[in-house]
Design a protein around this ligand. Structure first.
Ligand code: F6P
Length: 323
């Protein structure tokens, strides 16, 4: 291994910079040239790489976003686009590639792995936590903390005005952020794509909870079956004429900000481990966490198997709900 390329791809997530730093510093430790490519797979097609130095990654461990930039690249879904990227990697004499991103990025990495003989290691970076083979993806913990802080603030208004708040969080088709932030923020109910929720039951729960005019918080995953928080609120409104309902969509604030300690630690360990794996001659692997340990599975398994949140947590919320 003389030269290793690195991209961040898909939605940015807090901790990506900590991961870039670890990849670059571990490469330099072994006298390998780290080759950062801007804007993910699009940057590979557009030939936007540069040799990175220690100074490129100074003072970035605490910064959100990604200094390499990122993109969602349609051209890469076609063989023609991928062939342009392979041509670029070959022209730069790249011996290994590290891809930090979510499931879309891993799908790209998987195809690339079938079409070229440059070893690839995937590192899961997405706030959604929806990737098989890892307990945590980089950015998920920070997003959970951001949501929890935001809901704490909304709760002040909910309690003061005795309002019912429907709060929509990100996660695409997965309910990890909604379910776990529901627990961390003491929400009264949660709607996630992985579990059907009966509207009549939800209305009954809200009425029971609000007998003492308390106000309540309902967390709604953006991918839930009713189409998100606003749609859900409109759906239940006719059944709750005497209640003051509000909706709040948290949006992209969930993706930004300084990474939590946990995200920095996971990102740093994964970034450095990726270089060790490439040095050992490993390829087409995705790194994950299992408890305290770093583990690997094939990138193919990572994209083909489903990852779903622990649905027992919904029962926990029900147990804690005021009757
Ligand atoms: O995958 C991360 C994510 O933030 C999802 O939670 C969300 O559905 C999507 O990206 C939003 O994408 P964009 O930033 O392209 O609107």
């Amino acid at each position: 291994m003389k030269k290793i390329a690195l991209i961040t791809s898909g939605g940015d997530s807090p901790g990506m910079n900590a991961c870039i730093r670890a990849v670059v510093k571990t490469c330099l430790h072994y006298s390998i040239v780290p080759f950062g490519i801007y804007d993910g797979f699009q940057g590979m097609i557009d030939r936007k790489g540069y040799e990175m130095e220690y100074t490129d990654v100074d003072n970035i461990i605490h910064r959100g976003g990604t200094i390499l930039g990122t993109a969602r690249c349609k051209e890469f879904m076609e063989l023609e686009g991928r062939l342009k990227a392979i041509d670029y990697l070959k022209s730069e004499n790249i011996d290994g590639l590290v891809v930090i991103g979510g499931d879309g990025s891993f799908t790209g990495a998987y195809h690339l792995g079938q079409e070229m003989n440059i070893p690839i290691i995937g590192i899961p970076g997405t706030i959604d936590n929806d990737i098989y083979g890892t307990d945590h993806t980089i950015g998920y913990d920070t997003a959970l903390n951001t949501v929890t802080e935001a809901v704490d603030k909304i709760r002040d208004t909910a309690a003061s005005h005795h309002r019912i708040f429907f709060i929509e969080v990100m996660g695409r088709d997965a309910g990890f952020i909604a379910l776990n932030s529901a627990i961390s923020s003491g929400a009264e109910n949660v709607l996630i794509p992985e579990k059907h929720m009966d509207i009549e039951k939800l209305v009954r729960d809200i009425k029971a909870q609000n007998k003492g005019r308390r106000g309540s918080i309902i967390m709604v995953a953006e991918g839930d079956e009713w189409g998100g928080a606003l749609e859900l609120m409109e759906k239940v409104k006719p059944f709750l004429p005497d209640y003051d309902l509000r909706c709040s969509v948290l949006g992209h604030i969930q993706r930004g900000g300084s990474p939590s300690a946990l995200d920095r630690i996971i990102a740093t360990r994964m970034g450095s481990f990726a270089i060790e794996l490439l040095k050992e001659g490993k390829t087409n692997l995705m790194i994950g966490t299992e408890g305290e340990h770093l583990v690997t599975c094939s990138i193919e398994q990572g994209i083909k198997e489903n990852s779903i949140p622990d649905l027992k947590k919904i029962k926990l919320l029900a147990k804690l709900r005021t009757k």
